[in-house]
Design a protein around this ligand. Structure first.
Ligand SMILES: C[S@@+](CC[C@H](N)C(=O)[O-])C[C@H]1O[C@@H](n2cnc3c(N)ncnc32)[C@H](O)[C@@H]1O
Length: 421
């Protein structure tokens, strides 16, 4: 009987000439029952799941056909069906369907957890006071912690040796202790991407729920907007004496807002001129929620030079539009991590795209110039500088970020051939 009906289509059932066959009637009855159960689904979830399995396995219907005939969402039908399949009849006693459904979703979404659905459900049962989102976030963090520990151990192996020198070296330090040690007029390009100060999730702020549970690193040494400003302002006084003739300081700032007056005033006071205010179009929306009228998909890039000097064209020699289109490396990465295509913790939320950094380095410096990255984090600036044949200095105060960034730099040094000219 099962074989005869494997190829049946719903359309055939409904339109076949003559009256319905006995089998046709059975299926119609089952679908009717299913529709009835779906209306009272809370108490009948397991039964719905069983019925779906029966219709699929014994009566040759597809999920789409069941959904169409029962006039119900295919996704929901699939939830009932798969949950009932994963948790067989002997594994249901004492557990709610919702616990089992969440366990199934965690099991399928986070294969790298290496836990069985039953183990996951046993943990979920103890979190009944939490929302489904909170439960999922717990498992993501569990996985992140495990994988980060692994990747930190790997990073330690890659830490550069002989960190005594200043140039082409990673410094685990506050930039305020390293920059004064650089020779006067030695730096051609400072690339400064200080924290913007959005540590906690606040609707509309930088850390959306998805990034919070998305598996990306979010460590940062400065939490509030005031902290971030305090970390930014000293740059101007410290960096000017180290700036080579014709050198430039690039400062990333939050997009979609007016440039901070405190920053512009301090720069001017210390003898800098803000020559350009560029917009980096990230190509994806990173902040904002549906309450705000604008969702921010850009950052500002302020280009400073010494007062009285001019920002010259760099090695690539071509003027470009003041809107820079470079998509972020971080968009969609949470999904890749969730699907196991990328390791948790192998990307930092604040990580800039390597294409953007290579553009900025080649636009504002020449081979053998010195590029300094006071807020080094993932090391992308130093890696771009090395790749383009510049000398570099990487500074990062946060220990986790330092291990991550310096590890990446060491790997890049091992694997990349320097491109000069
Ligand atoms: C916005 S992130 C930089 C991201 C970086 N551009 C990248 O692409 O990976 C800012 C970094 O600066 C670090 N930081 C904050 N204050 C610092 C300080 N005074 N000295 C050195 N690093 C600092 C933070 O820990 C954080 O890793």
């Amino acid at each position: 009987m099962k074989k005869d009906h494997k190829d049946w289509k719903i359309a055939d059932l409904g339109t076949s000439k003559g009256s319905h066959t006995a089998l046709n009637r059975i299926i119609t009855e089952k679908l009717k029952k299913l529709s009835g159960l779906l209306l009272q689904q809370d108490s009948k979830c397991w039964e719905i799941g069983n019925l779906c399995i029966d219709l699929l396995d014994n009566w040759g219907l597809s999920l789409g056909e069941i959904a169409q005939r029962a006039n119900y969402s295919k996704t929901r039908i699939s939830h009932f069906h798969l949950t009932a399949r994963i948790f067989g009849r002997d594994q249901r006693e004492g557990y709610t369907f919702q616990d089992s459904l969440t366990a199934r979703q965690v099991y399928l979404g986070l294969p790298r957890l290496n836990m069985t659905p039953v183990q996951i459900r046993n943990k979920i049962v103890k979190m009944r006071s939490k929302t489904t989102k909170q439960v999922r976030s717990y498992f993501v963090h569990l996985l992140m912690k495990r994988e980060m520990n692994k990747s930190l151990a790997k990073s330690r192996k890659y830490q550069p040796k002989g960190t005594g020198g200043l140039i082409n070296t990673c410094h685990h330090a506050d930039y305020q202790s390293i920059i004064p040690k650089l020779p006067a007029h030695s730096v051609n390009l400072f690339i400064c991407d200080p924290p913007f100060g959005h540590k906690e999730y606040i609707p509309g702020n930088y850390l959306s729920y998805r990034t919070k549970v998305g598996g990306m690193r979010t460590d940062c040494d400065n939490s509030s907007a005031e902290d971030a400003l305090a970390a930014t302002l000293p740059l101007f006084k410290l960096c000017l004496p180290k700036l080579a003739h014709g050198g430039v300081l690039i400062l990333f700032q939050l997009g979609g807002r007016p440039d901070r007056i405190e920053v512009l005033q301090e720069a001017q006071k210390q003898g800098w001129e803000c020559s350009y205010g560029l917009t980096w179009n990230k190509g994806s929306i990173s902040t904002g929620n549906f309450v705000n009228p604008y969702r921010i998909c850009s950052e500002r890039i302020l280009v400073f030079c010494r007062k009285g000097e001019k920002v010259e064209k760099g090695q690539d020699g071509m003027p470009t539009p003041d809107i820079l289109d470079f998509s972020t490396d971080t968009s969609g990465i949470g999904i890749k991590m969730g699907r196991g295509k990328m390791k948790y913790g192998d990307c930092h939320l604040f990580q800039k795209p390597s294409t953007l950094m290579e553009f900025l380095v080649s636009h504002h410096s020449y081979p053998c110039d010195l590029v300094v990255s006071p807020f080094g984090c993932s090391g992308v600036d130093a890696i771009a500088a090395h790749k383009l044949g510049r000398r570099w200095v990487y500074i990062e105060s946060n220990k986790n970020n330092f291990l991550y960034g310096s590890g990446r730099i060491s790997q890049a040094l091992d694997s990349q051939t320097t491109k000069v000219g």
